[in-house]
Design a protein around this ligand. Structure first.
Ligand code: SF4
Length: 200
């Protein structure tokens, strides 16, 4: 796990946790929610009353163990969802879109095709700007080089803040501006990526 996520979930550090003590944290992000579904199905298939999640902090190597009791109601819900998916696959149909979800849709691999309605939100501006696209690609390329990354990030951020649009795409990148108490935060994510990179 990303160290920020790991330390956010396991506030007491390495050790053994009960699921109910960390359930809120695991429910807070869409990419964390899938773990419960995964281990629930494993427990069901193995006929086990309990599963263990071993979560590694990939910066420090610390391990946290989470004991997850099998929740039959939740297992039933997942199976029903799988049945709906299989029915659509058999029929060659697609399910309805979910209502637009800021924490899910921008990371969905179908985002650019689906364009779910943004109720009450400004439409996405599809921009073509070779220079900004180059900056975004270079920024991603220098993710491990703090100095170069910061300079490129600042240029992208300044460009985005100077524009009127609230959300825009350039190349394969989605850029979203969010007002907060001390100014505007700029989130940059690759369309279809699992989690956004955020810059202040
Ligand atoms: S972007 Fe993806 S998750 Fe969002 S509504 Fe479309 S298909 Fe569903």
């Amino acid at each position: 796990m990303n160290p920020h996520i790991w330390t956010g979930l396991f506030k007491l550090g390495a050790g053994v946790y009960r699921w109910r003590d960390v359930a809120l944290g695991f429910g807070s992000k869409p990419w964390l929610r899938k773990y419960l579904a995964q281990v629930t199905l494993y427990s069901l298939l193995k006929g086990s009353e309990k599963s263990l999640l071993l979560c590694l902090n990939k910066s420090t190597g610390e391990l946290a163990q989470v004991d997850v009791p099998l929740d039959y109601d939740y297992a039933e819900e997942i199976l029903r969802r799988a049945e709906r998916v299989n029915a659509h696959v058999d029929a060659g149909t697609l399910p309805e879109r979910i209502p637009f979800d800021d924490s899910v849709c921008p990371r969905c691999p179908f985002y650019a095709l689906c364009l779910p309605s943004h109720i009450g939100r400004a439409p996405i501006a599809f921009l073509e700007d070779d220079e900004v696209e180059w900056l975004l690609e270079e920024r991603a390329h220098h993710a491990e080089d703090a100095l170069a990354y910061r300079k490129l990030d600042e240029r992208v951020k300044a460009w985005a803040k100077a524009r009127d649009e609230e959300r825009m795409t350039v190349g394969r990148w989605l850029i979203v501006k969010r007002p907060f108490a001390r100014g505007v935060r700029v989130d940059v994510s690759a369309i279809g990526a699992e989690s956004p990179e955020t810059s202040g």
